[in-house]
Write a protein that binds this ligand. Structure first.
Ligand code: IMP
Length: 193
């Protein structure tokens, strides 16, 4: 059984991926490994931040590991909020504040194209691999639905009429950027034991 660390403190994310991995791997989170500090995410790309987090764990523990970084990219805002998605309106502001600022900055712009983007970076036996997941869609000018988190109430995925906020989680989890990146990671690990 090979041990692999997921650089997250979120037990739900760990359970979700462990359930998809063949028996050769045991996933452990940061807390189980005694890493309680926040790992700095100072890069200006998702790939850069995921790499920073994975490298931190690799350098500290020397065990194969992976990390993820996600966000929303709005075309008319030059890709913002991007890597600043969690703190777009400021460090201690809410998802509602982030949404309000995004809609204010977008204003009446007719270009509402956007996408969620996830990068997962894996360091397996010292070698770096990146896995990307993207879901394209459009921004709505008013919020719809109370499900999900973050920017879900203002994002309509391509091919749908409802926002992520109006979509059952099981449905969203089939098409989300994270799900797409996770699928690639899981396939890679399950075929590279
Ligand atoms: P993280 O890298 O997964 O922590 O995501 C960073 C931020 O991007 C979150 O705090 C949310 O604001 C936003 N975000 C990422 N994925 C999603 C999503 O699926 N729906 C809504 N917002 C998201």
């Amino acid at each position: 059984m090979k041990e692999i660390i997921f650089a997250t403190q979120n037990p739900n994310k760990i359970r979700e991926i462990q359930a998809q991995l063949i028996d050769s791997y045991t996933l452990k989170g940061l807390l189980e490994m005694g890493i309680e500090e926040d790992i700095p995410e100072t890069a200006d790309t998702f790939e850069g931040n995921a790499l920073l987090k994975a490298q931190y764990v690799w350098e500290k523990l020397g065990i194969s590991c992976f990390a993820d970084d996600s966000g929303l990219e709005v075309e008319a805002l030059g890709g913002a909020p991007g890597v600043d998605s969690a703190h777009y309106a400021g460090l201690h502001r809410s998802s509602q504040d982030n949404i309000d600022l995004l809609l204010k900055n977008l204003g009446d712009n007719p270009n509402t194209n956007a996408q969620f983007h996830t990068t997962i970076t894996l360091i397996l036996n010292g070698k770096v691999h990146h896995f990307e997941g993207v879901i394209k869609g459009k921004i709505t000018k008013e919020m719809r639905g109370g499900m999900g988190f973050g920017y879900d109430p203002i994002f309509i995925p391509e091919g749908y009429d409802c926002t992520f906020g109006e979509m059952e989680l099981t449905e969203k989890n089939k098409i989300s950027a994270r799900a797409r990146a996770v699928m690639k990671l899981v396939h890679f690990l399950n075929t590279n034991t």
